[in-house]
Design a protein around this ligand. Sequence first.
Ligand code: ADP
Length: 252
Amino acid sequence: MILLDNVTKAYPGDKEPALDSVSLHIAPNEFVFLVGKSGAGKSTLIKMITKEEIPDSGKIIVGGIDLDYVKKRHIPGYRRRLGVVFQDFKLLPRRTVYENVAFALEIAGMSGKEIRKTVPKVLELVDLLDQAKKFPDQLSGGQQQRVSIARSVARQPKILIADEPTANLDKLTTAEIIALLKKINDFGTTILVSTHDEEVVNNLQKRVVTLKGGKIVDDQKNNGIYKLDEAKVPHVKRTIQTPGHAIKRKVI
Ligand code: ADP
């Protein structure tokens, strides 16, 4: 579903690449957490997939589309095939909850009739049907994020990408948002979420990919936990006593 093969990206002026020969395969219907310290390359990896940034080398294939062949003028159309959720929600402030979702569908070319059918269904999915007439500033952070998720999944994308979607939310609201992402994943959408939240990662027990200095240093396929450093190679110094003399051995 998502394939990165040997992807390297260095921003102009930076000494070290933001991504250094990254290879990653995410299968259909997987739920993957992307973790790593600030500056590890998480946002850059996500920008590679959304084609906000172009790699210096390597290949990226998303939903069967080779991104090398997505021309500039087709990038907005390509992005609309993905669901993308941001930490700062990016809602339209002068539009209601209903209109925020409807507008995204309108841009994607859906008919008025279809839009009127789809929006209530999606708002129900995120449990916001009763808030449809409110404006974003009349909602809590968690509700705003749910509108943003509703907007992203309204077109039923096969892939949902979320860059730190819970960074601005409290613990309880974070749990709600993650439960919603899990529900969307259970419906068959492949999900990639970058996060700093150790508790969220450890509770969900999904695949966890760890980035450090632009490299993937750990990839726990199942029941992953949050650990920012690669597993240390065991390095044990032991002294073995034998009769008569002692042999010092280093066991690696
Ligand atoms: P993360 O999302 O894990 O915090 P980023 O992908 O934002 O990491 O950043 C990875 C590295 O790339 C960092 O060293 C950062 O300073 C650098 N970087 C990110 N965006 C830019 C940019 N637009 N211009 C120059 N350097 C950048």
